[in-house]
Design a protein around this ligand. Structure first.
Ligand SMILES: Cc1ncc(COP(=O)(O)O)c(C=O)c1O
Length: 312
């Protein structure tokens, strides 16, 4: 038995990293290579947003390529409805199955979903536009599927930047896939571990602060498991108009978003009522690396005052 002085096996633990203008362009390149002219469908979660400014980061590439698609049901708690996903795999020829690790969190059915996709002969694309750090730092996603996409500008102070990662051979795609942007390595300029820790800390602190608003503002997912690095903290606005509260918060300078306040029109209310119900209540609070404890205090006070005003 021999041991070489240094590692030399070039395809062991290989994660091929390709660069794009943004995550959606990387997703598009992956879809093109995975389909390579074949007919079949993309399986997508029935919770995908659209805005007039940004379009839809997930759905636009599918629409632009004119691909057939089918949605699997998400519960009102934004978890994969595995029974419905299994039906989708049975009833359709799925070539690419997409799992979205929303807001940096990983679905409890992640493993089952990937297994069902592989049983059906599909490749899995993990959308990590929000969860690059749960992958790279947390190590809890991004490896069970064949590929994943990152959106650098959603987690780092950058204007753009998308990455497509092919795990080992990327499921042996029938066509070549290549970078479409220059890698200037800007992400190496940041301490990703420190950023991840700070985001987790902020989410923990904010969750505790929000306890006094329980029943008015509830955490979508009360437990933040090890490895999760939140992009934002998702909460549910229970008793007042989320849209009006959103306006109040942004007027006061708190950078709130609602992912997603509007779902793509292909996700119909009658067919996916739980998705639409959630989309009316969800609000995503900032926990990014620039945010301080004092600012979070101010944010919670502003939420409390805003709710009280809207109720009066
Ligand atoms: C879940 C998800 N995936 C992908 C994208 C696309 O990211 P990008 O803006 O980098 O193309 C977005 C945002 O638009 C998103 O929210």
């Amino acid at each position: 038995m021999e041991i070489s002085r240094k590692a030399t096996i070039t395809d062991k633990y290989l994660r091929r990293v390709l660069f794009y203008e943004n995550a959606r362009t990387g997703f598009r390149a992956f879809l093109q290579a995975a389909f390579n002219g074949r007919s079949g469908k993309v399986l997508l979660p029935a919770y995908i947003g659209w805005s007039p400014k940004e379009g839809s980061g997930v759905f636009d590439p599918v629409a632009e390529l004119g691909m057939d698609y089918v949605f699997y049901r998400m519960t009102e708690g934004l978890h994969i409805d595995m029974e419905d996903a299994a039906k989708c795999f049975m009833a359709n020829d799925i070539i690419v199955a997409v799992v979205i690790h929303y807001f940096g969190y990983v679905d409890p059915a992640y493993g089952d979903f990937v297994a069902a996709a592989h049983d059906a002969g599909a490749v899995v694309l993990e959308d990590e536009a929000h969860s690059m750090l749960s992958d790279i730092i947390g190590g809890i996603c991004g490896r069970a599927g064949e590929a994943c996409i990152y959106s650098l500008h959603k987690l780092l102070p950058m204007d753009n930047g998308g990455v497509l990662v092919l795990n080992s051979d990327g499921g042996r795609l029938p066509a070549e896939v290549q970078s479409e942007a220059q890698d200037d390595g800007a992400y190496w300029d940041y301490d990703l571990l420190a950023i991840a820790r700070r985001r987790r800390e902020n989410a923990v602190v904010l969750s505790q602060m929000l306890q006094k608003l329980a029943g008015e503002v509830d955490l979508l997912w009360p437990v933040m498991k090890d490895g999760i690095v939140p992009q934002t903290l998702p909460v549910l606005i229970r008793n007042v108009s989320r849209d009006r509260l959103y306006k109040v918060m942004n007027l006061h300078g708190y950078g709130i978003v609602s992912l997603y306040h509007t779902l793509v029109e292909q996700i119909k209310t009658e067919e996916f009522p739980a998705s639409h119900e959630l989309s009316h209540k969800i609000m995503n609070l900032p926990v990014h690396q620039d945010v301080s404890r004092e600012e979070l205090n101010g944010l919670v006070d502003c939420l409390a005052a805003g709710i009280a005003n809207l109720k009066s």
